[in-house]
Design a protein around this ligand. Sequence first.
Ligand code: PGA
Length: 301
Amino acid sequence: MVEYNLAKVGVEGSNPFARSRSVKAVVRSERCCVDRGGKDAGGEASFVNLIELNMKIIIANWKMNGNVGFVKLFIEKINQVSTNNRIIVCPPVSLVSFFGNFRYHVGAQNCFSRIAGAFTGENSPQLLKELGCSYVLLGHSERRAIFAESDDFVYEKWLAAVEQNLMPIVCVGENLQDRTRSSEILTRQLSRYQQKDLHNTIFAYEPVWSIGTAKIPSAQEISTTVAFMADMLAHSINYNIVYGGSVNAANAETILACPGVDGILVGGASLDIDEFRSVIENCNVELLETDQKIPSRTRNS
Ligand code: PGA
């Protein structure tokens, strides 16, 4: 397949990958992810159907970066941005408690598969929930590679997160050497999630070779892969699929326009506050073009 670097496409001028709203609506209406509110809602009562509301999901993964001062600055600037989309920021867990006045949602980058016990150094999904997280990243490629997390282990964490009403964001994707057999890798990584009663889950397609490299698959490749994932998850209804890997302010809107893509996962670019702000603002464009009236989202929604 031809590689096309979306980073070079930018968002100006005609978008070669843009599809009509109606095409996307067909793809998107095939599934829906029911999202719960943030910590203010106690994570229990207010359920919001992202797809029906035509919302996109924008996730920031800070990895092991940031500090208390950065959180304050980040909140100050990002709280000023209005968006109809669902913004989820995943800082290091030690910074989560500093997000008390954040307007949007907070997630963790990992959790353990048990609620409590002799697991030194681990974090319980129950505690994450109590701290104010409504989401948790699971199976990020760095955890799979550096900490040897297996598909089974990621699945066990998924079970634990679901039980605690934390919405899991399960990361999947192939390494560079497996690029030509991504379907095989994804089949292995996703096979455990093919259940009719699949709980609300966000799946992040993150080709490992694209993470932090400024190399992005073509829009065609992204859509084909996302369609493959959707086929695998066809028996489940409550899920979304987002794309991650070298997303920035220049390519975010273009990636979101790929059929079947419900959102983006932003790593490096989320650590530059102005860049991340632009990511959010640029992704509002499509919504502004639609006739559909979408209620403003806040963390309470
Ligand atoms: P990146 O990271 O945006 O810096 O490529 C994405 C990720 O690792 O989730």
